[in-house]
Design a protein around this ligand. Sequence first.
Ligand code: GTP
Ligand code: MG
Length: 438
Amino acid sequence: MAILQLHADDRLLAIQTAALTPSDVSGHPYRVEAAEPFATFRMDFAAFISTLERSLESSLSAAREVAAGEERAILVSATRQEREEAEDSLDELKELARTAGVAVLDAIIQRPREFNPRYLMGEGKMREVVIRALQLGATLLIFDQELTPAQVRSISELTELKVIDRSQLILDIFARRAKSLDGKVQVELAQLKYLLPRLTGRGVQMSRLMGGIGGRGPGETKLETDRRRIRDRIAKLERELEELSRGRQQRRQKRVRAGLPIVSIVGYTNAGKSTLLNALTRSEVFTENLLFATLDTSTRRLRFPREREVIVTDTVGFIRSLPASLMGAFKSTLEELQDADLLLHLVDCATPRVEEQIRQVETILDELELGDKPRLVVFNKADLLTGLKQRNPLIFMKIRQLSRQYGAIMISAADPASLEPLLLEMERRFWPARVDPS
Ligand SMILES: Nc1nc2c(ncn2[C@@H]2O[C@H](COP(=O)(O)OP(=O)(O)OP(=O)(O)O)[C@@H](O)[C@H]2O)c(=O)[nH]1
Ligand SMILES: [Mg+2]
């Protein structure tokens, strides 16, 4: 960029130039030269441009090399939420990125005074984010807000980087984690439905959108097919899902016919649902300290003393701003919750986001029209609270007050001995008359 300055008094013409650079010792991603008299200004423009392009190119390819092994992302939240809320959500996005195996280089919150619908933030700010990404060698921009197809397109016009949003990241995690046929079909369906409206852009952007993270699952070849073929595929998957759901329906009926009470464990992702199922029924469902360890429903029998039995099911965890397409996809899995006689709402009471998570789960249960099901709130990970009373009495009080408010039972799924009060309460709910009050 060059500007010409004409000084009115001495009628001297000056020129000043500036250029983007990959990075600079000063830390600025650009260099501004001093102004010079235009008359003596000399520049070999072709040589200047080719040197600059070479250096930009090498910094870009450094970023691309990383992409082969590990994706490196800048997280961006452009929002008008309260700062605290935005930070919470962004922290969770970091967790999601970690789960997806993406390294997070930086996280930026933008709270624009004026909302530019093209980029979710002002164009100037958007450019700054892109420059920052280049400097840090990022391969990916992940937005905490859902991007419309048009927004992805405008942002992609500003940058070579891949641009995805929270929904796409979640879809990607689901695609990696789906194990059963059911799960795989549901995830691919959700991915294709998410993709379809975004397929209107130019081909280049599409392949950029769909490589690597955010593009796992349907696979490159399928994604290069046209929309029509995607629609056909969606129709086929929907038929398949229907078929699968008939099988599931039969299993459900069998279960209901068996006449045993059904207890479904629901809750936010990573609350410890599978750990609780394992502890209650001495089984070995996969658990992990990453989000969305479970995608498929597991069902086990829990035996109480005196030959009493209930069926316990564990299912996919909930998360805030669950993409509508995913919610739809998992509807059939979540349908099983309709059969439950009791919902155990399991809460990780040691997370700083406990209140928000309880609220989110309640909202989702309402959306699934499960609001009226008998429910028992269970605070898990009580072991992590030891010492909190001394360390942070305020937070300790807050958790105690919350647990009273929800009539919660405190347990630690990791410690089977702590489950006694929960077992007693379940027994009391199902066989009220016969529980010995002593
Ligand atoms: N300290 C502690 N950790 C626990 C407890 N219960 C579960 N965890 C840990 O919490 C993490 C998540 O547990 P999971 O059982 O996989 O959680 P989940 O709710 O099934 O998670 P998703 O299937 O991902 O939704 C694991 O690392 C568990 O070891 C507990 O009582 N105390
Ligand atoms: Mg689980």
